[in-house]
Design a protein around this ligand. Structure first.
Ligand code: ADP
Length: 188
């Protein structure tokens, strides 16, 4: 299954993505994780991405798209994957549509939602290097202005999920919603 998970920072996207990938046996393709691996390994791509990441800005599309292109070409992505953190802009979404060949299109976009104050609280608890209040605000601004419009772009594929409650609650909601969607006889 080819899926994407979308939602603001702090909504529990990474946690839910990992659970879902375990259940569906598909690789978890997180652009944030890919970038952090490049930064840790001090690759040229990592050195280029770091300045953007530490400011909460988006890494330029040509860098991000090339990295995703390479990852999607790996053998483990041939039968499915869960994209997490990509696409994040309309240009990235158009690029992805052009890149995925016919018959390889995304099948569902899981959208996690939660109230903004809860997001900020959760991120401050997480305490990653780029989780300072200003950088969090900047990332949430970018989400609202640049990433949220993707909900329209992917309107036919969106599976909205309430992100409130325990990790298990949310996982069960996602699993049930995806099962409903793919159930025979139910129009997609
Ligand atoms: P968060 O969702 O908490 O912002 P991520 O791990 O998804 O964290 O991303 C961390 C950083 O990596 C982002 O702030 C951004 O700099 C960069 N990044 C991740 N995905 C993308 C993307 N699709 N396009 C551009 N930059 C990205």
């Amino acid at each position: 299954m080819r899926l994407m998970i979308l939602g603001p920072q702090g909504v529990g996207k990474g946690t839910q993505a990992a659970l879902l990938c375990g259940q569906l046996k598909v690789p978890h393709i997180s652009t944030g994780d890919l970038f952090r691996n490049h930064v840790a390994a001090k690759t040229p791509l990592g050195q280029r991405a770091y300045q953007y990441m530490s400011a909460g800005e988006l890494v330029p599309d040509e860098v991000t798209n090339a990295m995703v292109d390479e990852r999607l070409a790996a053998p483990d992505a041939a039968t499915g994957y869960l994209l997490d953190g990509f696409p994040r802009t309309p240009d990235q979404a158009h690029w992805l549509t052009d890149t995925l060949r016919q018959g390889q299109e995304l099948q569902a976009v899981v959208v996690l939602e939660a109230p903004e104050q809860e997001l900020v609280d959760r991120l401050l608890l997480r305490g990653r290097d780029d989780d300072t209040p200003e950088v969090i605000r900047r990332r949430l601004d970018i989400y609202r202005s640049t990433t949220a419009p993707l909900l329209d772009y992917y309107a036919d594929l969106v599976v909205p999920i309430d992100g409130a409650g325990t990790v298990d609650d949310v996982h069960r909601r996602i699993a049930a919603a995806l099962t409903d969607r793919s159930a025979p006889g139910v129009p997609a």
